[in-house]
Ligand binder design. Structure first.
Ligand code: C5J
Length: 231
């Protein structure tokens, strides 16, 4: 009898993603009020947050389907300690935003752990049993326990969604790729303030036979969650 894990084939680019829910996690990157709502960090940089708000229903639908199928989810939040010891001056001082990290804005101190703007939006709030990772950088593996937590659970595949596509999402995908994870990015479950950057990121991930991973729409993942496994 085969000892291969049972998998379903998710139609994806550049080819089918062979997916096994028992060894997979849904990784949701930085769906925080500071990036998605007016008055937060993203808006302070001059960005139009409606681009990010548009993906929330899709992300919520996939998260609900994932939970219903018995899948395990991980949520990340970008942010810093109140004394900003984990925020390099190079990060805080770059550019000329109307609010810098740690400044007081409409949703409390910008990108500071525990402040209202740092919270995950209510539509995607974690539930008991899911993992919440606070990260000081763009990548979810940098200076966090994510790698150890995934290893402890035998996770080898990541289905990824969240914001922003070319910053924290892409950095995390590249980190995961280097650590040996097979990653699928949900194309309509991720957004950028710059649509061209999103399109370029999707193309980069799937180029050269999937040099970083796979890309598929949420509907393809949702359909796979109720498909009969094969070997
Ligand atoms: C940014 C993120 N864009 N979550 N953070 O600064 O992508």
């Amino acid at each position: 009898m085969s000892t291969d894990p049972a998998f379903v084939a998710v139609p994806a680019q550049p080819n089918d993603f062979k997916f096994d829910l028992a060894h997979g996690a849904l990784l949701i990157i930085d769906m925080q009020r500071d990036f998605i709502e007016p008055g937060g960090f993203g808006a302070s940089l001059g960005n139009d947050v409606s681009q990010l708000q548009a993906i929330v229903p899709t992300c919520a639908a996939l998260l609900a389907a994932w939970r219903a199928a018995g899948g395990w989810a991980v949520h990340t939040r970008e942010g810093h300690a109140p004394d900003l010891h984990d925020c390099p001056p190079s990060k805080r001082n770059r550019g000329s935003p109307s609010l810098r990290i740690g400044d007081v804005g409409a949703m409390g101190r910008v990108l500071v752990i525990g402040q209202p703007g740092h919270a995950i939006i209510p539509a995607l709030a974690p539930v008991a049993g899911e993992l919440l990772i606070d990260k000081p950088g763009k990548g979810a593996f940098y200076a966090t326990p994510l790698g150890a937590e995934l290893a402890q659970r035998g996770i080898t595949q990541l289905v990824v969604m969240g914001v922003t596509t070319e910053v924290c999402v892409q950095t995390t995908l590249r980190e995961a790729n280097d650590r040996g994870y097979d990653c699928l990015l949900v194309e309509d479950g991720t957004a950028s303030y710059f649509p061209d950057f999103k399109a370029a990121t999707l193309a980069m991930i799937t180029a050269q036979g999937g040099i970083i991973g796979w890309v598929a729409p949420a509907a393809a993942v949702i359909a796979a969650l109720s498909a009969k496994p094969c070997r």
